[in-house]
Write a protein that binds this ligand. Structure first.
Ligand code: AP5
Ligand code: MG
Length: 193
């Protein structure tokens, strides 16, 4: 199975992506986690992208494809699938991923889980996380910027994937177990269609 978790910052892409991956025995690939690891390890790529991530700006597509495509390919070879979390997140990324990953490598997405959560809830969740985990981009200013980037760059993907017939909209403003149950129900319905 190849899934994409789509949603604004703080919507639960990571929380539910990791749980789905554990249940299905496939790899959870969070673009943000991959970038944060490169930054923490102070690799050349990490050095180059640290400023973008700290500001909540998108990193350049070429670097991202170079980093993530091999991870996706390896995940499919080793476990039979992946849960992509946060990549692609712009129309140009989605179109390029469709060509270079979907068509060229025969790794088209089976479904896209789209989590919908109101902005005030998102902000509260990220500020709570800042207290627990201290993620450097969870400050009031950077959160507002990440939400604006989401609206401008990522929100249009909802229509894009709906038109491709693979969008599974889920209400992300419920308890984690309720959100997870809705995702599983939506996936089951899609598989049995
Ligand atoms: P990324 O790491 O992807 O950050 P994000 O999109 O801002 O999303 P988050 O990780 O903050 O939230 P999430 O949806 O995973 O929610 P979570 O499960 O953690 O990207 C970071 C940066 O990397 C970007 O700003 C950019 O610079 C760069 N980048 C990444 N991908 C890129 C790309 N494709 N192109 C260019 N640049 C890219 O949940 C949030 C919190 O809420 C947690 O504390 C969780 O416990 C809690 N929570 C979750 N669900 C619930 C629930 N149902 N009820 C209550 N609490 C909940
Ligand atoms: Mg995340």
């Amino acid at each position: 199975m190849r899934l994409l978790m789509l949603g604004p910052p703080g919507s639960g892409k990571g929380t539910h992506g990791a749980r789905l991956a554990a249940e299905f025995g496939i790899v959870h690939i969070s673009s943000g986690d991959v970038l944060r690891t490169a930054i923490a390890d102070d690799t050349p790529v990490g050095k180059k992208l640290a400023g973008h991530v700290a500001r909540g700006d998108l990193v350049p597509d070429d670097v991202l494809f170079e980093l993530l495509v091999p991870i996706m390919e390896r995940a499919v070879v080793e476990t039979g699938g992946f849960i992509a979390d946060g990549f692609p997140r712009t129309l140009p990324q989605a179109e390029r991923a469709y060509r270079e990953i979907g068509l060229d490598r025969h790794l088209k997405l089976d479904a896209v889980v789209s989590l919908d959560v109101p902005d005030d809830v998102l902000v509260r969740r990220m500020l709570d996380r800042a207290q627990q985990q201290g993620r450097p981009d969870d400050t009031v200013e950077v959160i507002q910027h990440r939400l604006a980037v989401y609206c401008a760059e990522t929100y249009p993907l909802i229509d894009y994937f709906r038109q491709r017939g693979i969008l599974l909209p889920v209400d992300g403003d419920q308890s984690p177990d309720e959100v997870y149950a809705d995702i599983k129900r939506a996936l089951d319905q899609r598989v049995t269609k």
